[in-house]
Design a protein around this ligand. Structure first.
Ligand code: B12
Ligand code: SF4
Length: 521
């Protein structure tokens, strides 16, 4: 939890606000708990805080990760607050967002509660129907929240604030027109000073600084909402800004690791290479990771990929999703081809960069034959290039993804309330076409695929018994994947005695995730 005080309060004390909060100048922003390893300070809140601070508001950040008793802290902080803003992603975030909102509404009903972030932006009407939500900021939030906060502080009506949806005085739902996405170069630097990475390092064990060098991706994959949020525009900081930010922030906070939160970092390859060169020239040393698509990496020269590694890139996450061209077309991923996955693996392997290929299983239209093809091709790639790991998930339909009309027709039931989205089994299975024997076969073949990827790594560092089991199992496991034959799975039984197979990895960092975790970002 962090606070920052304004130099020049902007609130006009003589005005009566909608919520009767005259004189209040404090904005409380809350980041609810999520499932999975801690990733450092929530960048969304740091981005939102900056323009508010510049405009003279006091901002208090409450992040569950470092505020042990969130309810007590929030209730205390909203005592004299102008508004409570909550960032909401689909899944576990929602539970705490609901609990805190209800508690605040009970104790301080006059304080407006504003939801923002991907879930609230993509399931706006449904979220706003909840009695404890007063307004939603849709999409990029910096300028919209600032304008809304100014309206509330000035006691003005909320009509006309572009990018918000809200309940009017009669409880009717109003959707204001969209706010165009702002060029991120025009936005102030996130308020990093409000989230000391040392405090976060005590929780995560890593001194890391989340950074976004760009937002938006030009592609339109059917299962992804980036296009809805950022309108397919690659909106990126200039090279000089990225390099000077990192060259300043990394030594200031003694940072070891910078995960980039960009949707597709290599859209502009020249820019990416210039950033890597700039980092090298700055002399500042740290590791950094990013996510991108294989079509872009495959187009880079070996020399440029090596340059990325030299500048500190040690992991890259790829949404490869399938090795069947037919399934890639169903996903509207026509831009991606299996040869590019191979080329990506080859070039990153040469450069010594670890990569994770995400795989989506059970996509509508994917047959068992497609899936087996994916397992075979991906296994071949990993056999050739030891730097490749996988993170497979069963397709999860998130709110607002373009393929929803088809999913409804195929019998997928859309959650009917905010609460229901909280309990959606992310990455597990809600697909009516993946049941019974087919699901059992998927699970078993997936186990073989993951086991194969793990046991091909036989090094002297591995204990003797496990090393020998890996050697023994290698050939039969590869045979099964080659032939798609999975009955009487004795290799799985034997391996379970000595192996804990990694089933999922973080695309952002490459680190293994617990099997139960819902977070794969
Ligand atoms: C980092 C990240 C995470 C981290 C964030 C942790 C941290 N410390 O920051 C964690 C691990 C929590 C995470 C988890 C998940 N994530 Co994630 N994540 C991302 C990622 C890569 C970057 C998010 C980010 O910080 N961006 C930078 C900031 C500045 O942007 P922002 O968060 O969008 O915030 C802006 C606006 O959204 C808005 N805003 C946000 N909050 C608020 C609050 C208020 C009050 C207001 C007014 C505005 C506002 O204003 C901000 C500034 O413009 C995005 C992809 C992307 N490119 O954005 C996916 C993304 C957000 N995640 C996604 C998904 C699917 C998930 C998971 C559901 C499952 C999964 N695949 O991992 C889980 C959910 C787990 C849970 N609920 O517990 C989806 C969105 C799905 C959805 N409907 O919510 C995205 C878009 C990836 C994708 N392309 O599909 N994720
Ligand atoms: S390439 Fe990645 S970020 Fe871009 S639309 Fe496809 S899934 Fe989304």
């Amino acid at each position: 939890m962090t606070t920052s005080s304004p130099s020049r309060p902007r609130v006009q004390a003589n005005l009566q606000t909608r919520a009767n909060l005259s004189g209040a100048n404090k904005i409380v922003l809350f980041y609810p708990p999520y499932d999975g390893p801690p990733l450092g300070a929530p960048l969304s809140l740091l981005c939102l805080a900056s323009p508010l601070l510049q405009a003279g508001f006091e901002v208090k950040l409450i992040d569950n990760l470092i505020s042990p008793d969130i309810e007590k802290t929030i209730l205390h902080e909203v005592e004299d607050a102008l508004l409570l803003g909550i960032s909401v992603l689909t899944g576990p975030h929602i539970g705490a967002a609901i609990r805190m909102s209800k508690a605040v509404k009970k104790k301080r009903p006059a304080v407006p509660i504003v939801f923002g972030g991907w879930h609230a932006s993509l399931a706006t009407e449904q979220t706003l129907r909840e009695p404890y939500v007063d307004a939603i900021v849709r999409g990029q939030g910096e300028l919209t929240l600032l304008e809304l906060a100014q309206r509330i502080a000035d006691g003005d009506d909320w009509h006309g604030v572009r990018g918000i949806s809200f309940k009017d005085a009669d409880g009717g739902i109003v959707h204001e027109p969209e706010r165009p996405v702002a060029d991120i170069n025009t936005l102030p630097r996130p308020a990093y000073h409000m989230a000391d990475p040392r405090i976060y390092a005590a929780v995560s064990g890593v001194r890391q600084l989340a950074y976004t060098s760009s937002v938006g991706c030009p592609y339109q994959c059917n299962y992804c909402t980036d296009q809805v949020f950022y309108k397919r525009r690659f909106n990126a900081y200039r090279v000089e800004r990225v390099v000077s930010d990192l060259a300043e922030l990394v030594p200031r906070y003694n940072i070891e690791h910078v995960p980039l939160f960009d949707s597709n970092f290599l859209v502009d390859r020249k820019r990416a290479v210039a950033i890597a060169k700039g980092i090298i020239a700055s002399g500042v040393k740290f590791q950094w990771d990013f996510q991108t698509s294989t079509d872009f990496l495959a187009l880079m020269s070996e020399e440029d990929v090596r340059l990325l590694a030299e500048s500190g890139v040690h992991h890259i996450g790829f949404g490869t999703e399938s090795a069947s061209q037919e399934v890639l077309v169903l996903m509207n991923k026509r831009f991606q081809h299996v040869e590019q996955m191979v080329e990506t693996a080859r070039k990153t392997n040469l450069a010594g960069i670890h990569v994770v290929f995400n795989i989506i299983l059970g996509y509508p239209g994917e047959t068992e034959a497609h899936r087996q093809q994916t397992f075979r091709i991906m296994s071949d790639i990993a056999k050739e290039y030891a730097n490749v790991s996988f993170s497979p998930n069963i397709f999860t339909p998130y709110p607002g993804i373009p393929i929803w009309p088809q999913l409804r027709e195929m019998g997928v039931r859309e959650p009917q309330s905010l609460e229901e989205w909280e309990t959606l089994a992310l990455g597990t299975n809600v697909l009516p076409w993946l049941r019974g024997e087919e699901l059992r076969r998927l699970r078993r073949s997936l186990e073989y695929f993951l086991l194969n990827n793990q046991i091909r790594k036989v090094s002297a560092k591995i204990p003797w018994a496990r090393r020998n089991v890996r050697r023994l199992l290698g050939a039969p496991v590869r045979w099964r994947i080659g032939k798609s034959r999975y009955s009487f799975p004795w290799e799985l039984w034997v391996s379970r005695a000595v192996e804990k197979v990694v089933t999922r990895r973080s695309l952002l960092t490459g680190r293994p995730l617990a099997e139960s975790t819902q977070e794969v970002c």
